[in-house]
Design a protein around this ligand. Sequence first.
Ligand SMILES: NC(=O)c1ccc[n+]([C@@H]2O[C@H](COP(=O)([O-])OP(=O)(O)OC[C@H]3O[C@@H](n4cnc5c(N)ncnc54)[C@H](O)[C@@H]3O)[C@@H](O)[C@H]2O)c1
Length: 288
Amino acid sequence: MQDTAGKVAVITGAGSGIGRGMAHAFADAGMDIVISDIEIKSAEAVAQEIRAKGRRALAMQTDVSKQAQVEALAEAAFREMGGVHVLCNNAGVGQFGFLSKLKDTDWDWQLGVNLNGVIHGIRAFVPRFKKQGQPAHIVNTSSMMGVMTAAGPGIYYIASKYAVAGLSEHLHKELVDRYDIATSVLCPGHVNTRILESSRNRPQELGGQGVLPDRDLGMGSGMDPVDVGRLVLRAIRDRRLYIFTHPSMKPMVAASHAAIQGDFDWAQKTLEELGVAEMGLVQGQEPV
Ligand SMILES: NC(=O)c1ccc[n+]([C@@H]2O[C@H](COP(=O)([O-])OP(=O)(O)OC[C@H]3O[C@@H](n4cnc5c(N)ncnc54)[C@H](O)[C@@H]3O)[C@@H](O)[C@H]2O)c1
């Protein structure tokens, strides 16, 4: 999508951090914004900031882990704004730490928001984009933890973010040529947001509010979320599949890929030793 001026974006988790940053960057480029968040007060405050810039803004309270609420968001956005052209499935949470330190309900909470939230967005908006028949763009927020792993962020967070990267690649392939609906996957590094206070929104039935950090954990040294938003806007215009905020992390991803390549080499040698021939689909064949 080259010309974003006058277009409408729906952003989940836009009451804070990267979502708010995208809202500001998009509004500065002449877009109107639906600010969706589980925290309605934050969403309303950001909507007010966007209106102060002379753009239209609609605040909606949405828990993205609930399909019915995301359906209601899509319904209201198309009805109130007269159409939608960009969807940012951005809302996300993280309770970091090792498996032994975390609760079992972390699986449900983090996969429910970070992965199901994205799936719910796709299910609610893609049919409406197709019906609308205009170019559209979906930005799914993953993480650097969607393309490489580290011990700190926790197994739940990493599982959710790898899944978002994989489904985004598929979505792009499936929709871009047939429907002019492009997809990007946003993989931020360290950005200055409230992500480490995520458990402020953790539902009671999934463990309730956890221990919020009582000291500065260094998020303030991260990238400005509005700069992330400006990068995302350029990536939409340039139709980039992956949006990396921290290119200096490229060697860490390359090391991870090199280890995978090494296991391919091991498999080839070992299959030869075992006398086992490769069967089935070969490289380059698409199963769909
Ligand atoms: N900050 C970073 O360094 C960083 C790095 C990589 C990826 N990310 C990802 O960026 C995205 C945005 O997070 P952020 O860093 O801006 O954090 P943030 O906490 O500042 O913002 C997240 C927003 O999502 C909202 N939210 C939480 N649960 C929700 C739910 N169930 N439904 C709807 N909204 C909900 C929160 O109220 C909040 O406004 C997340 O997907 C996160 O995983 C952040």
